[in-house]
Design a protein around this ligand. Structure first.
Ligand SMILES: COC(=O)N1C[C@@H]2C[C@@H]3O[C@]2(Cc2nccnc23)C1
Length: 130
């Protein structure tokens, strides 16, 4: 109904600001765009569901998130993909894993700090009844 559409519009505005703030942080630069298939030819043999912040911004605009939990699920995917593709003890892998965990923790902290729990519950109700 119309009130639900108003709620989802407000959710999209909120999620765009969170996504933009994460993408502005240079620590997360490596997560802002899809991993380049030509630069990294084996990436999609190992990672079955690639995800990045630019793709998430597109998903917001296509109304693919109905609550913050669904948005955080894709943040978790960015993180687990990085942990799985970069598992080794060498410094480069350790740096990208640390950045991935920082992205995840920062996203959860922003949403906890800036999202009303009643609003998220209302969004969950819309999602679960569709
Ligand atoms: C989220 O990003 C990643 O998981 N990766 C893994 C790839 C391995 C390494 O870093 C990445 C890009 C790259 N390109 C050329 C040579 N080596 C690399 C980014």
């Amino acid at each position: 109904e119309e009130e639900e559409e108003a709620t989802l519009r407000e959710l999209r505005i909120f999620l765009r600001e969170i996504c933009a703030k994460l993408a502005r942080n240079r620590t997360f630069y490596i997560f802002t765009k899809p991993v380049d298939e030509e630069e990294v030819p084996d990436y999609r043999e190992i990672i079955k569901e690639p995800m990045d912040l630019e793709s998430m911004m597109t998903k917001i605009d296509k109304h693919e998130y109905e609550c913050a939990q669904d948005f955080l699920h894709d943040i978790d995917l960015i993180c687990t993909n990085a942990l799985e593709y970069n598992p080794d003890r060498n410094p480069e892998d350790k740096v990208i894993r640390h950045r991935a965990c920082t992205l995840r923790d920062t996203a959860y902290a922003y949403i906890k700090a800036e999202m009303d729990t009643d609003f998220e519950e209302k969004c969950r109700g819309i999602r679960d009844n569709r």
